[in-house]
Design a binder for this molecule. Structure first.
Ligand code: SF4
Ligand code: MG
Length: 353
């Protein structure tokens, strides 16, 4: 599969009075064209910070301290002229180096973001039709009134809203419908990548599921890549092609949904999967994970998960495990249990079932 985005050694700190909080630590991640990638992990593990950093949407005190995010525009589509002089020898664009003006060209056309509060970000004094047409008109000027109208109707239709709603104002729509409008706007310019951060937490469970189903379906239809974050791990497993599990600012496991569901390898993934009800089958055992995530200002030495890990052994306290391919399925895991170097130091506690 074709790479769309390569995150390389990306680190983000939050500057605080008593020192920097390392929210994202040297993350490497590749996203392929048209791929649906889920980010999972407990609150505060860095998922949103990573997603916002990729979109260059972080605000102080958050600061990107190192790394690159290389984006590969579709060679078959016209690259926005403002971005042409940023193309490197491999036809990639480092998002971290874009000027504000270049970022404006990049957003919407190449990358759209749907926030948790997207449905409240609609302009209350404009009809939803006018808001959609506004986005189309700003980025694709000079197309004529009929074109914009027709396109707005098509976009609403995609998200299951009837054309006669074009004249409705946001307050006349339910939360679920407003979120659908936000998705229609995100899709308006056919971006290559959409990032959604807990886009549905304000909605009830049934509507949440409908909306995430909808967006994942539309992304597959248009071959749009999607990075999405939700607390609902069963939904993540169901809708994602691949999942990255984050813990304390690092990715600790990366695997296809299928691999992760059938055979999680990192003890933290194992704990997460057992802490959430799953959809298909009897494997459910609500054991949860003991303890709480570490203080990012005073991280444990070695593997950050070691104080909570039932499998921890001596090396875990001293050596940081790198994210490496493991096992026949090549899923990536950051855990010494899979490192042949430590095979003569077997875990002292019982094997994971
Ligand atoms: Fe547990 Fe050690 Fe693996 Fe960390 S490296 S997850 S402490 S076994
Ligand atoms: Mg968050």
């Amino acid at each position: 599969m074709d790479a769309l985005l390569e995150v390389k050694s990306l680190s983000v700190d939050y500057e605080a009075m008593d020192g920097a909080v390392h929210a994202v630590k040297s993350v490497d991640l590749t996203l392929h064209r048209g791929e649906v990638l889920g980010l999972a992990g407990e609150s505060g593990c860095g998922k949103s910070t990573l997603a916002f950093a990729i979109a260059r949407l972080l605000r102080p005190p958050a600061m990107i301290t190192s790394g690159q995010v290389i984006y590969y525009p579709d060679p078959e589509k016209e690259t926005p002229p403002a971005l042409l002089d940023r193309l490197d020898a491999n036809n990639g664009i480092d998002i971290m180096k874009l000027s504000m003006a270049q970022l404006r060209s990049f957003r919407w056309k190449e990358l759209a973001v749907v926030f948790q509060s997207a449905m409240n970000a609609l302009n209350p004094v404009l009809s939803i039709g006018d808001q959609i047409i506004d986005v189309l008109h700003t980025h694709w000027p000079g197309k004529g009134k009929d074109y914009y109208h027709k396109r707005a109707v098509e976009l609403l239709d995609l998200v299951g809203i009837a054309a006669d709603r074009l004249r409705s104002y946001p307050h006349e729509l339910s939360g679920g419908m407003r979120q659908r409008v936000a998705i229609a706007i995100a899709l308006a310019l056919r971006p290559e990548l959409i990032i959604m951060d807990e886009p549905t937490t304000a909605l009830d469970v049934v509507v949440q599921r409908e909306i995430l189903d909808l967006i994942a379906g539309l992304c597959r239809e248009f071959n749009t890549a999607l990075i999405f974050i939700t607390h609902d791990l069963s939904l993540l497993l169901e809708l994602s092609d691949r999942i990255a599990i984050m813990y304390a600012g690092n990715i600790v496991e990366q695997a296809t949904s299928e691999q992760l569901y059938r055979q999680p390898r990192h003890p933290y993934s194992y704990g997460l999967l057992n802490a959430f009800p799953t959809l298909h089958g009897p494997r459910l055992q609500m054991i949860g994970i003991p303890g709480s995530p570490p203080d990012l200002r005073a991280m444990p030495t070695g593997c950050a998960f070691h104080p909570r890990c039932p499998m921890a052994f001596e090396a875990c306290r001293g050596v940081v495990p790198p994210l490496e391919p493991s096992g026949p399925t090549e899923q990536l895991v950051a855990c010494h249990l899979y490192n042949p170097r430590f095979l003569n130091q077997p875990p002292s506690t019982a094997q994971i079932a």
